[in-house]
Write a protein of this length. Sequence first.
Length: 456
Amino acid sequence: MKKVVATTRTIQNRVVLSMASFLFITSGILTAQPGQKSFVPFNDFMANTRNESSGAYLSKGTSKVKDAPAFEEMRQHILNLYEGVEVSHSFMLDGDHFDCVALEQQPGVRMHGLKSVASPPPASALKELFKDSGKSANKSAGSPQLGPGREIDEFGNSRVCEDKTIPMRRVTLEETSGFGTLKNYLEKSPDETGKLPHSNKVVPPSAILHKYSFTYQYVNNTGDTTTLNLWSPYVNTGLGEIFSLSQSWTIAYSPVLQTAEVGWQNYPGLYGGENSRLFIYYTADGYNRTGCYNLTCGAFVQTSSGWYFGGGFNNYSSYYGPQWEITARYYWYAGNWWLGLGTSPTNATWVGYYPGWLYGTGAMSRGSSQLLEFGSEGVGSNPWPPEGSGLWASWGWSWAAYQRELYYWVSNGSAYWDTLTADQPSSNCYTIAGPYWSSSWGTYFYEGGPGGYNCY
């Protein structure tokens, strides 16, 4: 691995990042929230959406919607997501509305006419490699998203959804109109430049570019697991920075590029706030005509009420302070790509799935992943945002972001530690330290960096 040399620019970046840490990460929880202040009941939201016209949004200074037809496509999409849906109650979380939607009426079930919801893999289906010992992060006593003191919102509404309902972050015209078209809203980044880190795929010319620090392994597998260190690096949208994330990519690349993705992401233009959120994403055709975040297009079927896609976390890691993390995994079972989430591999629970048929005739429709990638990604236009903790990977434990406990499964259920290769395509801004292996962390690496200018 290329040795990282401290320069004047590096030292300046660290000073700025330390100031940012004080302002934004004190007590481990970001306080910046979206502009949404009032609570809107679900029925009022639906009535307002039915009655909205393009004129008011096209004239808004915050609106980026292309034209009246583009606005109408957004409006119809939202109505299709919710029309006829029963909501037991709604609440605010991280400045956003969430609605408790009946399990069978969520978009991933209702919009596709599914007759039933699949059953998750039994514990006996997976072999685990993780041993919970050695240097470790803080473990949440309960939900990493809904800890003590967060069960009730500022309007007195419970943030816990009833049995047989799931929490769905509300998709609004205020949010979608921040993008030029519905396709821009649904895709991985707002300008059709979505791609994999380890990819030669040609993308349309754009001033916005994706930059990475990541690891990868070409291996036939039926799923994988990672434990991600939680951070919330500051994304300066005023300078043209778009988002920063840490995630895993479960991938098939032949005969067509397909993914199931999960991680945390600070994306102010999408979520409206400056704290990192839990996200999932998929594409069935190389980020061309398919793909969306979370539950925004009816692709993912959520089965657990205990996780909030598009919601933040109780705690974020801090420099030389407490380290927080979540475990995330995908696993092929009975025709579906199941997602498990937890605070460690030993307590990860099944949260929902991408149906195999979603991937058409591609390899992932048959439960075949051919490539695994793990790392950080930043999108901007010179400058680029910090990735991970915002410090170089070489800073290591309690300073740099990491991913650990990285292993995969094969078709007979056996598990193997990942054998990863590091890649640093923009090493003047983002780096990898590792990959390493230890008896307590398994396969792991550190990731990220300060970003900035000239990350080419």
